[in-house]
Each structure stands twice: as structure tokens, then as C-alpha cells.
Write a protein that binds this ligand. Structure first.
Ligand code: GDP
Length: 362
């Protein structure tokens, strides 16, 4: 009888245990939990780059709860920052910025400094894709323990990017990075933003392409403390030397920067390494010159003042635009303005008055 049951076609053999639908290890891969400001500050002071990255992510966040933690981290890091040199680098796409930073960054490290590379990239706001600060463009530098590379924050206005980059500089400096490179594309407003947060400004230029072609405006030339003609290798050397002479002549007609420093022009090649040591030397001379005549310190003071105003205007704008009543009002008046039912200035006045009323009531 028993035997019969076992041979039955209806018998179901016991199968093997199936794995669960959800990976049980997933819980270990959860996003980093938000920690206390002290946790981040201690990590930064211990030069833990993973914690530095996490702290920067909080600084870049738009969430209110993150802003409070970010403010506290920055406040604690501020007294430990400032002991660095901040160099702004600009030039049109293709001029060789990332290749230059890849090699120049390593030269900085050979000189016993620690280098942080940050980017201010307005294109990331428009296209949601950053063309700067991508680690894959700086392969060797990105794996060097004395280097830290951070792409441009995205998803915010140029003002927002500027604030976040300034704050990131503070955190990097507190983590011991004493040579900060801030990269940007030299075609819009972003270089003015970078100019206002660095000690020196380096403009990279191509030989043989006119200023117009490179989209470089006179204003950017006026900001430059050094102009380096890139790709001075192979049969391009002669053209680079000619271009360098042209820029030296052109600079004679521009006003001297406030520091009194006479902007220098040089040629360099990331491929052969030509001119990189000379460029480092020029930077050292600049630091000595501006520290002696105190313009280094004065420039930082001016930038701090500028930063206060910028932050204030940013906060005002944010407060205005995130106010729910104002949001609705803006929507209504946008339509009226488009349909020509009211003129734009009158609409602006009405909206602002409503905002002031609201603000005063609070
Ligand atoms: P970016 O857009 O300004 O960051 O420019 P890249 O660093 O991406 O360089 C653009 C192109 O120029 C790449 O194909 C590089 O290989 C090339 N390049 C960069 N630096 C040099 C250089 O010093 N010499 C030569 N011959 N080519 C270079």
C-alpha cells in the first residue's frame, strides 16, 4: 500500500529552497544615513575623503534639514580653512583644461601640496550634464591619495553653484587640501563667479584661433593673472610662441589688475610637460608678490564681503520664490502679462507689494 503511494504520479517531490525575491544584503547597501555635524567635522579633520564627500553632498543639498547641518559643518570648518592657495582656471572647451589639470595637479603634489579640483559649470544647469570636473578625464590624478576631485554641483542656478563651490572650498581646506583648483568654461558669466572666489586667475588659450573664435571676451583677459598658450608641442610650438607675443602686446593696452601684478604670458604642453614647471614658478612669484604688498589678504577680505552680499541676495530670492502664496500669484500674473492685460512693471510692483505685506505681517 505504502509502495503504491510512493510510485503515484500525483506525488510531489520536495524541491530545493528558493532564494528570496529581495536581496537580504540590500539593507547593508542603504544610502548613507545623515549624521550629526560633529561626525562630518571629525571625519574631515581626520582627512577621511569618503566623509568629506558625504559632507559636500549635504552642502550641495537643497533640503532644509540638510541646510541646517551644512551650516553647522561650515561654521566649524571655517576657522580651519583659508591656509591655501586658490587658483581659477578657465578656457574654452577643447583648450586642454582637464589634460592640463591632470598633469599640473601631479606637479603640485610633487611639490608637497595636496590638491583639490572643483568645477563651476553652468552647462550642468541647462543640459543636466556636466562637462567639467568629471573624474574620468583625470585618470591618474583621481586615484592619487593627495588629490580630491569633485564635479560641479548641478540642478541649481549659477549663484547656487557659486555658493556651494565656496562652501566646498572651506571643507576641502579644513581637510588639508592646500592647493585648490577651480575650473570653469570661459564663455559666459561663470568666470566672474570663479574670479570672485580665487586668489589668482589662469586663462588657457589656443594658438592660431582668434579671440573672437575662442569666444573670449576682453573682460576675461582683464581678469587673467597668467595667460598660458596650450598644446605647445610638435609643429605647434612656433605658432604658440607667436601667439604668446601677440598676447604680451595686447596686455600692454589693458589696465593692470588691482594687485599691481603684471600679467604673465607663457606657453605649455601637457603632452611633453613643457612650461609646466615655469608656470608653477610664476604662481610662486605671484604669491610672494601679492603677499608682500598685502593685496592677497585684501582680495580675500573683499571676496568675503562679496560673499555676504551674494548669500543675502540668494536667500532673499529663495525665500521669495519658495513662498506658496507668491508662487500662485506669479502664475496668475504671468498669464495676465502674456495676455497683455497688465504691463510687466505694474505686475512686478503688485507681486512685490504682496510679498512685503506678507513679510511684515510675519
Ligand atoms: P578641455 O575641454 O578644455 O578640458 O580639453 P581637454 O583636456 O579635454 O583636451 C582637448 C583635446 O586636446 C584632447 O584631445 C587632448 O588630448 C588634447 N590636448 C590636451 N592638451 C594637449 C597638449 O598639451 N598637447 C596636445 N598636442 N594635445 C593636447
Amino acid at each position: 500500500m505504502n509502495n503504491k503511494k510512493q510510485n503515484s504520479a500525483l506525488k510531489v517531490n520536495e524541491g530545493i529552497q528558493q532564494p528570496p525575491n529581495i536581496n537580504p544584503y540590500l539593507k547593508f547597501k542603504k544610502k548613507n544615513k545623515i549624521q550629526s555635524p560633529e561626525f562630518y567635522v571629525n571625519g574631515i579633520l581626520e582627512k577621511d575623503l569618503s566623509i568629506l564627500s558625504q559632507a559636500i553632498t549635504i552642502v550641495e543639498s537643497n533640503l532644509n534639514e540638510h541646510r541646517l547641518i551644512a551650516r553647522s559643518i561650515i561654521q566649524k570648518c571655517l576657522p580651519l580653512s583659508g591656509n591655501s592657495f586658490r587658483l581659477g582656471i578657465t578656457g574654452v572647451p577643447g583648450v586642454g583644461k582637464s589634460t592640463f589639470i591632470e598633469y599640473f595637479g601631479q606637479l603640485i603634489i610633487q611639490n608637497n601640496r595636496k590638491v583639490a579640483v572643483l568645477a563651476v559649470d553652468p552647462s550642468s544647469e541647462r543640459s543636466k550634464g556636466s562637462i567639467l570636473g568629471d573624474k574620468t578625464r583625470m585618470e591618474s590624478l583621481s586615484v592619487n591619495p593627495n588629490a580630491f576631485i569633485r564635479p560641479s554641483p548641478s540642478g541649481c542656478t549659477l549663484g547656487g553653484v557659486a555658493r556651494r563651490t565656496r562652501e566646498t572650498i572651506i571643507l576641502c581646506e579644513a581637510a588639508g587640501f592646500d592647493f585648490i583648483l577651480v575650473e570653469t568654461v570661459g564663455v559666459g558669466q561663470s568666470e566672474t563667479v570663479v574670479f570672485n572666489m580665487v586668489d589668482m586667475f589662469l586663462l588657457l588659450m589656443l594658438a592660431g584661433a582668434g579671440d573672437e573664435l575662442q569666444g573670449i571676451k576682453r573682460g576675461i583677459m582683464e581678469m587673467a593673472d597668467i595667460i598660458a598658450i596650450t598644446k605647445a608641442d610638435g609643429d605647434n610650438v612656433l605658432r604658440c610662441n607667436l601667439a604668446a607675443n601677440e598676447y604680451r602686446n595686447a596686455l600692454k593696452y589693458l589696465p593692470l589688475p588691482e594687485s599691481g601684478w603684471k600679467p604673465q604670458v607663457c606657453t605649455c604642453s601637457s603632452t611633453t610637460g613643457h612650461g609646466l614647471n615655469e608656470l608653477y614658478e610664476i604662481i610662486q612669484n605671484y604669491i610672494k608678490y601679492t603677499k608682500t604688498n598685502k593685496t592677497f589678504e585684501n582680495r580675500r577680505k573683499k571676496q568675503a564681503k562679496h560673499w555676504m552680499y551674494e548669500s543675502m541676495f540668494d536667500m532673499l530670492k529663495e525665500n521669495f520664490l519658495t513662498n506658496t502664496n507668491i508662487k500662485q500669484l506669479l502664475k496668475n500674473y504671468e498669464e495676465k502679462v502674456i495676455l497683455n492685460k497688465i504691463n510687466p512693471i505694474e505686475a512686478a510692483e503688485i507681486i512685490l507689494n504682496r510679498y512685503y505685506e506678507n513679510f511684515i505681517k510675519k
